[in-house]
Design a protein around this ligand. Structure first.
Ligand code: PGA
Length: 252
């Protein structure tokens, strides 16, 4: 069964009080569909607080808490890095991996990212692998080539039974207010689903959730959600505001 997922990437925003305020307002979210999930990615030091609040939402909607980044090794002498095993032990269930800000600002390459994807699985976390082309790559007709490489390398260390989620986020749409049209996004989502099929077979491709990210807002979510291969969203800016995030979740 293909899950619908709305994920909020809080990046380096929100303090402890603001996390609490978010959940106070998010309480009003009512959605009981068993195939719908919310994932929130707060800063690492706020994971425990977010987990405690998410547990109080008692069944109205399934809220997972994810970590924004992990290191390639499960544990060891790596000062300042985040252990997938350790965050799993406190109740974290997802790991965001290969976000374009990590690829660009911290020079993370596909092979390094593929190790993190594997480490997440080994630690019991569900990796949410982010892929997407830059504006220059799109304009030079390289979208399919870039996304295919990111998928093939990113998933190369996994077995067919591994549980993962893909987030397609065109880099030119992140934080810019420029959103891909539903048709543009759908075209790339289909390519991604086909690549998953090439690696793991058609059944896995059919059951995999592929999210769209990049300037998703309440007023564009509905038309994107209608596309058959868009199974949810990875939301940055709009996920910081409970009202907007609820509206986006309700587009499914
Ligand atoms: P945005 O960010 O929704 O603010 O464009 C998306 C993301 O970075 O995941």
């Amino acid at each position: 069964m293909r899950k619908k997922i709305c994920a909020g990437n809080w990046k380096m925003y929100k303090n402890l009080t603001e996390v609490s305020e978010f959940f106070d307002q998010f309480q009003s979210m009512q959605k009981a569909d068993s195939d719908f999930e919310v994932v929130i990615f707060p800063s690492t030091h706020l994971l425990s607080a977010a987990i405690a609040r998410a547990r109080q939402m008692d069944g109205k909607v399934k809220i997972n808490i994810g970590v924004q980044n992990i290191f390639t090794e499960k544990e060891g002498p790596f000062t300042g890095e985040t252990s997938a095993l350790s965050v799993h032990s406190i109740g974290v269930t997802y790991a965001l991996i290969g976000h374009s800000e990590r690829r660009t600002l911290f020079y993370e390459a596909d092979d390094f990212i593929s190790k993190k994807v594997r480490t997440a699985i080994d630690a019991g976390l569900i990796p949410m692998l982010c892929v997407g082309e830059t504006l220059k790559e799109r304009e030079s007709g390289k979208t399919e080539e870039v996304v295919t490489r990111q998928i093939l390398v990113g998933l190369s260390k996994l077995a067919a039974e591994s549980d993962f989620v893909i987030a397609y986020e065109p880099v030119w749409a992140i934080g810019t207010g420029k959103v891909a049209t539903p048709e543009m996004a759908e075209e790339v989502h289909k390519i991604i689903r086909n690549r998953i099929g090439d690696i793991f077979g058609p059944k896995k491709a059919e059951n995999s959730s592929i999210l769209y990210g990049g300037s998703v807002k309440p007023d564009n979510a509905e038309s994107l959600a209608k596309m058959p291969n868009i199974d949810g969203f990875l939301v940055g800016g709009a996920s910081l505001k409970p009202k907007d995030f609820i509206a986006i979740c309700n587009s499914y």
